[in-house]
Write a protein that binds this ligand. Structure first.
Ligand code: FES
Length: 106
């Protein structure tokens, strides 16, 4: 399945991702610069902050419990579409997902 990461400067990178991985794991596996994922996906860091593309917000669903608290620690502006990318699990219906990366993670 494919995911497109759009960096803050507009650079788009499409990667092949595995179903079952998180959007954070897929970014790390494909050397996407804009995602750090320092805590390894346990909702303890906010360095995996991303903005879900407007067209995909409905499919990725709402923030999980505790996500917004952690996002308060994010380095970049938090928007209504902000998510911790480690909390978005890739399912078949997210094939083609587009996420935008914040200017900074730390
Ligand atoms: Fe740390 Fe997502 S990787 S909160």
């Amino acid at each position: 399945m494919k995911i497109t990461y759009i960096a803050a400067d507009g650079t788009e990178t499409e990667v092949n991702a595995r179903e079952g991985d998180s959007v954070m794991q897929a970014a790390i596996a494909n050397d996407i610069d804009g995602i750090i994922g320092e805590c390894g996906g346990s909702m303890m860091c906010a360095t995996c902050h991303c903005y879900v593309d407007d067209a995909w917000v409905e499919k990725t669903g709402p923030q999980h419990d505790g996500e917004s608290d952690m996002l308060d620690c994010a380095a970049s502006e938090v928007k209504p579409t902000s998510r911790l990318s480690c909390q978005i699990k890739l399912t078949e219906e997210l094939d083609g997902l587009v996420v935008h990366l914040p200017e900074a993670q730390i």
